[in-house]
Design a protein around this ligand. Structure first.
Ligand code: B16
Ligand code: MG
Length: 217
């Protein structure tokens, strides 16, 4: 008997380590523009959409630009990011991710991806796992980004499973808040100090037995 019938995964930082590519792309852009950008600031961008991320960077640098200039910069950052993800292969799956997806299939647990990234489908294809999910949220159709619960509620609706029967998995503080506001069980991947609002924090997805035991009554 399953306690949870759906598992909704974030992508960057959970299924694959593309979080470092987002960091490197923003860092290159900021260096070129003479703006400050470091790992601490990057932590605040995890799970946050592209334009909102640029607005945070600009505000931290006490800088302001026109909407047109911002669009040019976000497109440039995206080109740097797309160069990096073009080299992704199935070897770039996070440890334990493939095994967990397999076990969920055997148990009949439905799986979705709720990523803020408009590059999510490209990354999932390059990882060779796009067909293993029952539903992938289209980030461009989401009006309110994480920490708003909209993206996780959209995923559960499309899986036809009520939020309280779903587990969300996230590496960002904003994402954990979104999962909790959606009324789901939250697994954080990363540092317990950052993800303190999660119900459970793990370093990665390798402890599949622990995750599977949560799903069962
Ligand atoms: P893109 P996730 C998020 O993905 C990233 O964490 C965040 O750093 C990025 O700015 C956002 O996607 C948008 O990505 O520029 O590719 O549309 O963690 O929600 O899977
Ligand atoms: Mg993430």
């Amino acid at each position: 008997m399953l306690k949870y019938e759906g598992m909704i995964f974030d992508l960057d930082g959970v299924l694959t380590d593309t979080a470092r590519f987002h960091y490197m792309a923003w860092k290159r852009l900021c260096d070129e523009m003479g703006m400050r950008f470091d790992q601490t600031l990057n932590e605040r961008l995890k799970g946050i959409g592209r334009m909102d991320s640029l607005n945070i960077i600009l505000s931290e640098n006490k800088s302001d630009l026109t909407d047109e200039e911002k669009l040019i910069l976000t497109e440039r950052k995206n080109r740097y990011y797309q160069e990096m993800i073009s080299r992704i292969t199935p070897d770039d799956l996070m440890p334990g991710a493939f095994e967990l997806i397999q076990k969920l299939k055997e148990l009949g647990v439905k799986k979705a991806v709720a990523s803020a990234s408009r590059n999510a489908a490209t990354v999932l294809k390059r990882l060779g796992i796009i067909d293993r999910f029952d539903y992938i949220v289209d980030a461009s159709a989401i009006k309110n980004g994480k920490p708003d619960p909209e993206i996780f509620l959209n995923a559960s609706q499309n899986l036809w499973i009520p939020p309280e029967r779903c587990i969300g998995v996230e590496d960002s503080e904003a994402g954990i808040e979104a999962i909790k506001r959606a009324g789901m069980y939250a697994i954080g991947i990363g540092a317990p100090a950052v993800l303190c609002k999660a119900d459970l924090v793990l370093k990665d997805l390798t402890d599949t037995d622990r995750i599977i035991s949560l799903l069962l009554r």
